[in-house]
Design a protein around this ligand. Structure first.
Ligand code: NAD
Length: 479
């Protein structure tokens, strides 16, 4: 039986504020492990350990920090199979996708390890010839990382790696339903020789320990990914203390299909955006806006494609999608499925049943026939349920696309590059694409949203370095 543990100041310990049994969402007969939940004192201890480790870690030359991070990459890669399998069992992501996610984690670690030998500032001309004026990045201090369950490996790493290379130490609180995976990751990083206290893992419920972390711990910054409701609480708590924060939150991403789209390429991209990971990506396609002229052909193609999707237990390599992650996630998504069946018109449905195991399976569904202000069109569902809207023309399609409080990702499918380029300007989203699915942005590019999807900084790529560091402007007069 797997058990979660806290890793604080280089010591492993088991908190005693309660337990939670983790069942495999692909097979509810299988108990995957037990979570041991932390209380206030565990969180305070983790923040103290991070503070104590800070000067030593920040004082290491950046190339040496980079060497440490490279060792984490090598260790993670060596544990790819084991970690991916555990995460698939814990939160139900299909194993092929989960392996890809671990590889993304390895690539992120390599990318930020290399930042240790790149420029950390610039020389700026001064009006006086005898003045050297330059900038340099300095670490923020102790950073709190709060992460969701839907990318249990990649999201923590895309926060951790830039935080560490900039010289910060970290308190990490993963989501409950990714805590066995988080424990395994910390074990891998411990084995790889990450110095004590540089990363401190605290397992627990956000509702129980979140306030202690945000209000009582001596933190210099918080990076959060999760729902918009929780993100706004995090932002407010950090703003009151005037510490830096980053909140990456929900999405209601639109794929716009114009009348000249190549359906052979468009349909697979929309299927993948809407239904891979059972629709549980912040960048998942959940609104499909189709120009009226092409709607009948697109609907017919989607009907065939959705029916043939392979919904399987997460460890089956043939799974296109698996179950949703947990019973609460199942109940939440099923309430929208029921709403869709009662208030919308079903146009495509996967009827294939997973017979050999009882799990949190939600069958892919595509509906239409509702107004653009309907809850199914406006609220984040975070499951394999997408809605289709029809548009009169390009302008109407863009208008529908932008009728959302969210602004994370948006795509247009067209053969006309001039409309494609217009869309990149017109769509109100942080990530905009032509003939590509809404999900799946590469790690070396900035990642983040507009409107209620984000607090408007960016993660990944070079942009992450701006969040995890302060810039000092230095001047030296040498006459
Ligand atoms: P969630 O908001 O329920 O939880 C996220 C994290 O916050 C968890 O670790 C949770 O324990 C913690 N938390 C909960 N209450 C807290 C509190 N009061 N104080 C501090 N921390 C608290 O989100 P989730 O269900 O884990 O993840 C799904 C959501 O994440 C979706 O809305 C999805 O769109 C979003 N998401 C966004 C991105 C992005 O980059 N924009 C990426 C992935 C997921």
């Amino acid at each position: 039986m797997l058990e979660s543990r806290n890793w604080i100041g280089g010591e492993w310990n088991t908190p005693t504020e309660g337990n939670l049994i983790v069942m495999n969402p692909s097979d509810l007969q299988e108990q995957v492990g037990v979570l041991h939940l932390s209380g206030k004192s565990d969180v305070l201890q983790a923040a103290q350990a991070a503070r104590m480790a800070f000067s030593g870690w920040a004082g290491l030359p950046a190339p040496k920090r980079g060497e440490h991070i490279l060792r984490l990459a090598v260790a993670l890669e060596a544990n790819l199979e084991e970690l991916a399998t555990l995460a698939s069992r814990e939160m139900g992501k299909p194993i092929t996708e989960m392996k890809g996610e671990v590889i993304r984690g390895v690539n992120l670690l390599k990318y930020y390890a290399a930042e240790g030998v790149r420029s950390f500032g610039s020389v700026i001309p001064a009006y006086d010839t005898n003045i050297l004026q330059y900038t340099k990045r300095v670490p923020l201090g102790v950073v709190g990382l709060i992460t969701p369950w839907n990318f249990p490996v990649a999201i923590p790493i895309w926060k951790l790696a830039p935080a560490l290379i900039c010289g910060n130490t970290v308190v990490w609180k993963p989501a409950e339903y990714a805590s066995l995976t988080a424990t395994k990751m910390a074990e891998i990083f411990h084995f790889a020789g990450l110095p004590d206290g540089v990363l401190n893992l605290v397992i627990g419920k956000g509702s129980r320990i979140g306030d202690t972390l945000l209000e009582e711990c001596d933190l210099n910054a918080v990076s959060f990914t999760g729902s918009t409701g929780t993100g706004l609480r995090v932002a407010s708590a950090c703003a009151k203390r005037n510490i830096k924060y980053q909140t990456e939150m929900g999405g209601k991403n639109a794929a716009v299909v114009l009348k000249d789209a190549d359906l052979d390429k468009t349909v697979p991209a929309i299927l993948s955006g809407a239904f891979r990971s059972a629709g549980q990506k912040c960048t998942a396609t959940s609104r499909i806006i189709v120009e009226r002229e092409i709607a009948p052909a697109f609907t017919e193609a989607m009907q065939k494609a959705v029916q043939s999707l392979n919904i399987r237990p997460a460890l089956d390599p043939a799974a296109y999608l698996g179950p949703v992650a947990s019973s609460s996630q199942f109940q939440s998504v099923m309430s929208y499925v029921q709403m869709a069946r009662e208030e919308a018109q079903v146009i495509a449905e996967c009827r294939q049943k997973v017979t050999e195991s009882q799990g949190h399976y939600v069958y892919p569904l595509l509906v239409r026939g509702i107004e653009s202000n309907h809850a199914l069109v406006q609220e984040e569902i975070f499951g394999p349920l997408a809605v289709m809207l029809e548009a009169d023309n390009y302008e109407h399609a863009v208008d529908l696309c932008n009728q959302s409080i969210f602004g994370l990702s948006a795509s247009v499918f067209t053969r006309d590059l001039s409309n494609g380029l217009r869309f990149l300007d017109d769509a109100q989203a942080g990530m905009v694409r032509v003939n590509q699915e809404t999900a799946g942005v590469e790690y070396q590019s900035p990642f983040g949203g507009m409107k209620m999807s984000s607090s408007h900084s960016r993660e990944q790529g070079q942009a992450a370095l701006d969040f995890y560091s302060d810039v000092k402007t230095c001047g030296i007069s040498y006459t």
